[in-house]
Write a protein that binds this ligand. Structure first.
Ligand code: DX5
Ligand code: ZN
Length: 224
C-alpha cells in the first residue's frame, strides 16, 4: 500500500557513525534531513556486541530535538528500559524474547510517558502482538540478525512486514511499523510497499560522505 509521503520517517542508526564525534554526527544527520535518531543498545549478552548505555543517550539529548528511538538488544530489559526513558529517549523498543514479562516491560516504558516498541528478529514470530497490541506504539521488524551494522537484508522480512501491517491496521491503533537492517536506497521502496512507514539505515547513510544525498535519494524512492 502506498502511504502518504508525510507519514514516512527515516531513522539513521548511529551504530555506523563515528563514535568519537557522536554529537556532531547526530547534528549532521538531522541537518541532512533525518527524522529520528536510531540508538542501538547492545549488551554482549543478548547480542554478541557492545555499544552504549543511558549516559550516552542523556549526553546526546542536548545535541538534538529529533526523537531518539532506542532499540534495546539487552537482557534483562526492564531496568535499562526505565533508565533510557529517564535519559531522554522518546521511544524504547525491546525484543519480547529478551523479557520475562513482556506486558510488564511495556507498562514500565509507558508509565514513564514514553512510546513502547516490540522488536522481532528474523526467526521470531509476531504471536505476542495479538495479546499486547493495545500497549504497543511501535513494531520493529528486524531484517538482519541483531548485533552488527552492514549486513544484507533478509527477504523473508518482507512477508513479516506485510503480516505486521495487517495486524496494525486491524487494531485501529496509531502504531509505527519500523524496519531495521540492510536498508539502502535500492530496496527502501520494496520495504515501503510491504507496509513499513519507518526506516532504519546505518551503513547506507553513515558509510557515505554526503548524508543529505543519501537521505534525499531515499525520500525520492519513497515518493515514486
Ligand atoms: C543491528 C541494528 C541496526 C543496524 C542497522 O543490530 O539494530 O540498527 O545498525 O545497520 P545497517 O543499516 O547497516 O544494516
Ligand atoms: Zn536497531
Amino acid at each position: 500500500m502506498r502511504r502518504h509521503m508525510a507519514s514516512y520517517r527515516i531513522a539513521p542508526s548511529i551504530l555506523s557513525a563515528d563514535f568519537a564525534r557522536l554529537g556532531d554526527e547526530v547534528r549532521a544527520v538531522v541537518d541532512a534531513g533525518a527524522d529520528w535518531i536510531h540508538f542501538d543498545v547492545m549488551d554482549n549478552h543478548y547480542v554478541p556486541n557492545l555499544t552504549f548505555g543511558p549516559m550516552v543517550c542523556q549526553a546526546l539529548r542536548k545535541h538534538t530535538s529529533a526523537p531518539i528511538d532506542v532499540h534495546l538488544m539487552v537482557q534483562p530489559v526492564d531496568a535499562l528500559a526505565q533508565a533510557f526513558c529517564r535519559a531522554g529517549a522518546d521511544m524504547v523498543s525491546f525484543h519480547p524474547d529478551a523479557s520475562a514479562h513482556v506486558d510488564r516491560t511495556l507498562q514500565v516504558i509507558r508509565a514513564e510517558g514514553r512510546q513502547a516498541g516490540l522488536a522481532f528478529n528474523p526467526a521470531t514470530p509476531l504471536d505476542v502482538l495479538e495479546w499486547v497490541i493495545d500497549k504497543v506504539d511501535l513494531v520493529l521488524i528486524m531484517s538482519v540478525n541483531p548485533g552488527f551494522g552492514g549486513q544484507s537484508f533478509i527477504d523473508s522480512a518482507l512477508r513479516k512486514i506485510e503480516r505486521a501491517r495487517g495486524l496494525i491496521d486491524a487494531s485501529g491503533r496509531d502504531i509505527r511499523l519500523e524496519v531495521d537492517g540492510g536498508i539502502k536506497v535500492d530496496n527502501i521502496r520494496r520495504v515501503a510497499d510491504a507496509g513499513a512507514d519507518t526506516f532504519v539505515a546505518g551503513s547506507a547513510i553513515f558509510g557515505q560522505a554526503d548524508y543529505a544525498a543519501v537521505v534525499t535519494a531515499m525520500r525520492a524512492e519513497l515518493a515514486r
